[in-house]
Design a protein around this ligand. Structure first.
Ligand code: FAD
Length: 731
């Protein structure tokens, strides 16, 4: 008989295989997986589907079965077992409204050959197959794709997996699914949460972008002073302004400064954003002049200027502060609002690339200006105006003119210091005001560069041909390696007294290039960047070793700025070894491993200002060199071919994160030693990377607004608790 499909996606051929009398017996034809109504196909056209609701509402709370844990109970349970059990209990409690809720299906694997590829974020037939498997639904083509939303897509080509695959996390809207395809009811009603695989959510997890969030928030929460009091007009609020807006100076337009400015301006502060560097248009020209003509603008370069250090970067938006946290999602959604492609919300390893960052920052700027923010580019804060232990304003000078005559004083109620880790003059200035600074651990090392093709081959083997310069089905290959080094691992383990340290790859830029991040011609340091397609011939990554205060002392660096001095010393050495003019000292990795320097020609480098062969052992104290040597040999075991004649080490990578922390209150974000000063972001030692800096700026913005009586709290109930002490967070 011919069956007339009810669903537009219905495929008769697939369905016929389910008919018991069909010539091909159905594979999955067991009462366990097939619901009764699919057996009665003779009467199919007349088949009535049961009412949906009762089945779900009458569902009993599911039993927790502790399979392997039966031997261990109560206190005997391992912490991981207790955690899982707690999670399971929590999930089960929420299941009452399952016909209204959402199901998050995780770890759905789709083999590469079946997937449309890395740039597709919709619901493909192959993904529906994986979903059907989890739901134990026999005919994937009957599942309406509209009921599913991809919330994460990653590529997994690890050697230990049988076949390279895309791994999805998908949200299933139960109500939509049941409306579009009522025949799924039975499968949904039997769906059980499984820790890490299937999770029930009563509501969809879709935090807004920050702007919508604040504006919605304003409608519901009390903002400013109490009703009838001297209210402060804030965007979206209908109250009349009856007193002057509080003035806030935000110093630095990196991610932390931009997000702090956004929150404060949205909440009604009178914000002046002060940036020593130039707007992206002029900054682009300045960076062009550096790369082509070796002209380093001291105030407009890879570290200074609109968008901060991350503008001419790979724009990786990965973070270790919790990718799924509401605060990170709010930042990501805000970036999308300003023009970032939507796929950053879904991609397992989102990145933007310089070409996408520049227009995004222009939109960000326009929005701030519309809110009334005064943006002063080419303006450097040289000093703080302090009276009776409180900041009263800032002293600024114009950086666009050679002779910086005419410093100006700007008075304000609060100063948000978001200057990044290269504003060494600011650290010095803070010390002059007795602001408490403490040296902070960070990492130093070298940047290694390989041909991208080699990394593709190491990571993907035969699948490497699918990369196609970033236009192919699979992402341009990257890597992340880490090795903990103990005393036994290296010969002269620790002159400085450190017994263990870690060596790891950092800021890997697939299809990228090595760039100069010096802010002074007598110092030389490098980093990496790439464009959105990651199409260059090279893959670079920093290989760095953790260093701490004890290590700084070995180079005779002491005091709160000992870490800065340590960086500076290494940067001077690198500049000298390169011979000046921003030429970078390099060494083949094979020769670095053997501590020799041959006269043979060097492999090509993406670094545009020239390289010079040098023995990079002379750059570092031996404990760093040995740690690097040891871990590189380990990395080669993980990534066979990592040590090869084509791989070139570039020196020196020093500005991995801030060498200083400016202690601040965990709740108010105010400096512990100077009232009215709010140190934030990477330079203050509370972030490491674009996303964590933006998140720090976001929370700080709310805190400052609270202190200024523009807002009365409650954001943590929406965004979650801010992470404290994020200074060691790496992206
Ligand atoms: C080349 C490169 C590539 C990178 N790639 C990535 C990446 O792919 N992903 C990632 O997550 N992170 C990356 N980073 C790190 C990332 O850029 C930083 O972690 C992040 O920008 C820190 O944000 P921030 O707001 O704290 O400080 P910054 O971004 O450093 O911003 C500080 C701003 O303050 C300004 N400023 C400093 N002093 C003064 C003053 N006295 N007066 C006025 N203005 C001042 C500076 O000009 C600067 O614009 C990269 C960094 C570099 C240099």
């Amino acid at each position: 008989m011919i069956i007339i499909p009810r669903s537009p996606r219905f495929q008769p051929s697939a369905f016929i295989r389910l008919i018991p009398n069909s010539a091909t017996p159905p594979v999955a034809m067991t009462s366990k997986v097939l619901p009764i109504h699919l057996y009665s196909l003779d009467s199919y056209p007349r088949l009535r589907f049961p009412e949906l609701k009762p089945s779900f509402l009458s569902l009993k709370i599911l039993q927790i079965r502790c399979a392997k844990r039966s031997e261990r109970t109560g206190k005997q349970r391992y912490p991981s077992e207790k955690k899982k059990l707690k999670l399971k209990k929590k999930t089960l409690v929420d299941i009452k409204n399952r016909d209204e809720g959402f199901w998050r299906l995780s770890k759905l694997g789709v083999p590469v050959h079946k997937d449309p590829g890395k740039d597709y974020f919709g619901v493909s037939d192959a993904l529906l197959e994986a979903i059907a498997k989890v739901l134990e639904f026999p005919v994937s083509s009957m599942l309406p794709p509209e009921a599913f939303t991809v919330v994460r897509k990653s590529f997994d080509a690890r050697k230990l997996v049988k076949e390279p695959k895309f791994v999805y996390t998908v949200d299933m809207d139960a109500k939509k699914l049941l409306n579009l395809e009522p025949r799924t009811w039975d499968f949904i009603s039997r769906l059980e949460p499984k820790v890490g695989l299937v999770e029930y959510m009563p509501h969809e997890r879709v935090p807004d972008d920050l702007i919508s969030m604040i504006r919605n928030f304003e409608r519901h929460e009390k903002i400013g002073s109490t009703e009838g009091g001297d209210g402060v007009l804030s965007k979206g609020s209908s109250r009349i302004e009856t007193r002057k807006k509080p003035k806030v100076a935000v110093v630095g337009s990196g991610p932390s400064g931009l997000f702090a400015s956004l929150v404060l301006a949205e909440l009604g502060a009178d914000v002046t954003l002060i940036e020593r560097g130039q707007a992206v248009e002029q900054r682009g020209r300045d960076i062009g002049a550096l790369v082509v003509r070796r002209v380093l603008q001291l105030e407009s370069n890879f570290c200074f200027g609109e968008g901060g250090a991350g503008t001419w970067s790979d724009g990786k938006l990965v973070t270790r502060i919790g990718r799924n946290s509401n605060s990170v999602l709010a930042v990501m959604k805000t970036l999308v609002r300003f023009g970032a492609p939507e796929n950053i919300l879904v991609d397992g390893k989102p990145h933007l690339g310089t070409d996408k960052l520049v227009p995004l920052l222009r939109n960000f700027r326009r929005h701030l200006e519309e809110l009334g923010v005064t943006i002063k580019f080419g303006t450097r804060v040289d000093d703080l105006l302090v009276d009776s232990g409180r900041v009263m304003g800032v002293k600024v000078s114009d950086t666009r003119h050679e002779l910086h005559h005419g410093s100006k004083n700007l008075g304000c109620d609060a100063v948000v210091l978001a200057v990044g880790h290269s504003a060494r003059d600011i650290y010095q200035m803070l010390l002059s005001h007795d602001v408490h600074l403490v040296p902070k651990d960070f990492s130093v090392g070298l940047r290694i560069e390989h041909p991208q093709e080699l990394i593709n081959n190491i990571q993907y083997s035969a699948l490497a041909t699918e990369v196609r310069n970033g236009r192919g089905k699979v992402p341009v290959a990257d890597y992340r390696v880490v090795k903990y080094i103990n005393e036994e691992d290296v010969e002269t383990s620790s002159i400085s007294g450190e017994t263990s340290r870690s060596c790891y790859s950092f800021c890997m830029c697939p299809g990228g290039q090595v760039v100069l991040t010096s802010t002074n011609p007598s110092e030389l340091c490098i980093n990496g960047m790439s464009f959105s397609r990651r199409a260059s011939r090279w893959a670079n990554a920093a290989l760095v070793v953790t260093v701490s205060e004890k290590d700084f002392e070995t180079l005779d660096c002491h005091g709160p700025l000992s870490g800065v001095e340590f960086q500076r010393e290494l940067e001077h050495r690198a500049a000298t070894m390169g011979g000046g003019n921003f030429v970078v000292p390099v060494q083949r990795v094979t020769e670095f491993m053997q501590n020799k320097l041959s006269v043979t020609s060097l492999p090509p480098s993406s670094y545009r200002l020239g390289v010079k062969a040098a023995n990079l052992h002379e750059l570092f104290p031996s404990y760093i060199t040995e740690a690097l040597q040891h871990s590189i040999s380990m990395f080669d075991k993980e990534l066979p071919g990592f040590i090869c004649g084509d791989a070139l080490l570039h020196g020196v990578e020093t500005r991995t994160s801030s060498p200083v922390q400016i202690p601040r209150s965990g709740s108010t974000y105010e400096s512990m030693s100077l009232k009215g000063l709010y140190p934030i972001g990477e330079g203050a030692g509370y972030a490491g990377g674009i996303v964590s800096a933006a998140v720090d700026g976001l929370y700080a913005g709310f805190s400052v607004a609270k202190d200024l009586n523009l807002y009365q709290g409650g954001i943590e109930s929406i965004l979650g608790e801010a992470q404290r002490n994020m200074g060691f967070v790496k992206y």
